[in-house]
Design a protein around this ligand. Structure first.
Ligand code: PLP
Length: 361
């Protein structure tokens, strides 16, 4: 088995894989509804929310689309400082929504000051922002951004993409006043891909009632009607619901705070290693991701050769995203990955760099 130090999909624990092989149940049966109900209740804790969580047979991008279809009748603001913030902007445009962009350098966070300025004199239905930009390994200060939105434009909903942070870095939906938080299963939750998770608060759901053309599959009002019966409008991804149910028990057993601390320790260790080796970190400590680290090697590393070396040793990392693919590599340290496994990866990378005689600086 290869250990995936990539920012998703990540390795799934064997017990969770085993849970997926349980026999199928009819989804409109009391037995399945009991499991669905239990899984949804446990999921809320990960979002730090008392509100509902929709579990969809989709990935996170589907829920970016759901946000714009359910909440935007007038216009919206998309915060963009990386590929996934940009994707939300593109998804909104593709759905015919009137969308403004607040764009910063991909190595700089979206700040509450920038958001405040962008909201001046505007009346947006929603602001979209990514918590953890997987493309660059940057974390945006969501709590401050949400506070700024609520203070200057109280009716505007705050919608957050936590695809690569949920269950890896703390995000307190209700306390921070977030109206919708979306995530995918294949990152810090350490589940296979294919399950979307969207926590939606009451005020956001009430807003959807006044938005026409919400579509069908991701219509939150339809999803809510079924959720109240512990079900979904269409067939759920039953094996993934089994897996979620099992994995959330494992997460609870570890404890969320311990899980966040483990992710944060791995981020700190990766960053210290990169600096020791003479690499440049793509973002400052003040806004660095807890779940993925981007390291700039300035084209000095033959990424393919490095990864082949690692794969032979049962490990694998990711290259840079988009334009940075040849100058950056990314180390994902999320999900079930332990510090001791990360140490093995860093030692193997040291071996490789010593072997090829890499000198930096
Ligand atoms: C921050 C972020 N948002 C959205 C997405 C898209 O998620 P999915 O591939 O689950 O649709 C990703 C995928 O890597 C991501 O990292």
């Amino acid at each position: 088995m290869v250990h995936l130090f990539v920012p998703g999909p990540v390795n799934v624990h064997p017990d969770v894989l085993a849970a997926m092989t349980q026999p199928m149940l009819p989804h409109r049966s009391t037995e399945f509804e009991t499991i669905f109900h239990r899984a949804e209740n446990k999921t809320r804790k990960v979002f730090y929310s008392q509100h509902r969580v929709f579990l969809t047979a989709s990935t996170g991008t589907g829920l970016q689309e759901a946000a714009v279809r359910n909440f935007v009748d007038g216009s919206m603001l998309a915060c963009v400082n990386g590929a996934f913030g940009k994707r939300w902007y593109t998804v909104a445009s593709a759905n015919g929504k009137q969308v403004d962009k607040l764009e910063t350098d991909p190595h700089q966070p979206i700040t509450s000051e920038l958001v405040t300025d962008a909201l001046e004199g505007k009346d947006y239905d929603i602001v979209t922002v990514v918590h953890n930009e997987t493309s660059t390994g940057l974390m945006n200060p969501i709590q401050e951004i949400a506070a700024a939105v609520h203070s200057i434009s109280p009716k505007t909903l705050v919608c957050v993409d936590a695809v690569s942070s949920l269950a890896g870095a703390k995000l307190e939906m209700d306390t921070w006043g977030l109206d919708m938080v979306l995530a995918s299963s294949q990152k810090c939750l350490a589940l296979p891909p294919g399950l979307g998770l969207a926590a939606v608060n009451d005020r956001a759901l009430a807003r959807a009632e006044h938005v026409p053309n919400r579509g069908w599959y991701f219509d939150f009002l339809r999803l809510e009607k079924h959720r109240l019966k512990d079900s979904t409008p269409a067939t759920p991804a039953i094996p993934l619901i089994y897996a979620l149910d099992a994995q959330l028990d494992r997460i609870q057993e570890e404890g969320l705070e311990n899980r966040f601390a483990r992710h944060s320790a791995m981020a700190a260790r990766t960053r210290a290693w990169a600096v020791e080796r003479g690499f440049t970190l793509c973002v400052a400590d003040s806004c660095c991701s807890q779940t993925v680290t981007s390291i700039d090697h300035g084209s000095k590393v033959n990424f393919k050769a490095l990864n082949s070396f690692l794969i032979e040793r049962g490990m694998r990392i990711a290259n840079g995203y988009g334009e940075t693919k040849d100058i950056v590599f990314r180390i994902g340290h999320m999900g079930e990955t332990q510090l001791s496994q990360l140490e093995e990866l860093l030692a193997a990378m040291d071996d490789y760099f010593d072997q090829v005689g890499l000198t930096l600086g």
